[in-house]
Design a protein around this ligand. Structure first.
Ligand code: HPA
Length: 265
């Protein structure tokens, strides 16, 4: 099923990565730290989707990071771009086939929790899916079971490791529930109120489908949100430029954190 993609990636040296990375809006730079990198633009990879969002480089990067073999998606695929969820999560299936054990999902998100502020990093402890969509709808993929246990989507070990590493680095990490909205319109203030009432701490347009598929195929999942703005209704207006500006500001801390977590995984 994935053979053409896998053959191509292996032929280009992408062999046995242990950790998969999906780098969100403005956070793609971490892939530049990968040592002895193999970089392949998505459009060159057979059967691979192609990214369209500004701020996403759109390439797969493989190599060593913090002494571990990693593979990074520099620029992810979003549902709002018009891909179906099987396409959005295709790279996760490929990571699994290549041998990835742990997946680190990162994103830019709006802060819903009133104690969060732009520039905070948040460990994702759990997720909310309000879209009515699920990437596992359809014939079951043989990588995993029909009915997937989501009682511990984000690994306990990963959550603890993220907190401990942030502490060692001298900054506080928020923790909370990430709510997925399809976008591309930002939420309304009423939607944000509803999300807060239902237990959401941060809101964004990605990550949840990838986490579901990662659980389906048995990967350990870690998630980090970069809080780039107060969610809708909590500040005057919202725009993508602001999201990119804040994630750029947070990038050095974000990179340190993820680097040191990878070292210990
Ligand atoms: N809402 C949805 N997605 C986002 C936001 C937001 O406020 N900020 C960054 N990505």
């Amino acid at each position: 099923m994935y053979q053409k993609t896998l053959d191509y990636l292996k032929e280009h040296g992408m062999v046995a990565p242990k950790i998969g990375l999906i780098l969100g809006s403005g956070l793609g730079d971490l892939a530049e730290e990968i040592v002895n990198p193999v970089k392949i633009p998505y459009e060159q990879i057979p059967d691979f989707p192609v990214s369209t969002v500004e701020g996403h480089a759109g390439q797969l990067v493989y190599g060593s990071l913090a002494g571990q073999k990693v593979i990074a998606l520099q620029g992810r695929f979003h549902y709002y771009e018009g891909y179906d969820l099987e396409t959005v999560t295709y790279p996760i299936r490929i990571f699994k086939e290549l041998g990835v054990k742990s997946l680190i999902l990162t994103n830019a998100a709006g802060g819903v929790n009133t104690s969060f502020k732009p520039g905070d990093l948040m460990v994702i402890s759990d997720q909310l899916n309000f879209t009515g969509e699920n990437p596992l709808i359809g014939k079951n993929n043989s990588q995993g079971p029909r009915f997937v246990d989501m009682s511990q989507t984000y690994s306990k070990r990963g959550i603890e490791l993220l907190h401990q590493t942030a502490k060692d680095l001298g900054f506080h990490l928020q923790e909370g529930v990430y709510a997925w909205m399809t976008g591309p319109s930002y939420e309304t203030p009423a939607e944000i109120k509803a999300i807060r009432l239902m237990g959401g701490d941060a809101v964004g347009m990605s990550t949840v489908p990838e986490a579901i598929v990662a659980k389906h195929c048995g990967l350990e999942v870690l998630g980090v949100s970069c809080i780039t703005n107060f969610a809708s209704g909590m500040q005057e207006t919202l725009n993508h430029e602001e999201v990119m500006a804040i994630s750029k500001e947070v990038k050095p801390r974000f990179k340190q954190l993820i680097y040191q977590v990878i070292e210990q995984l």
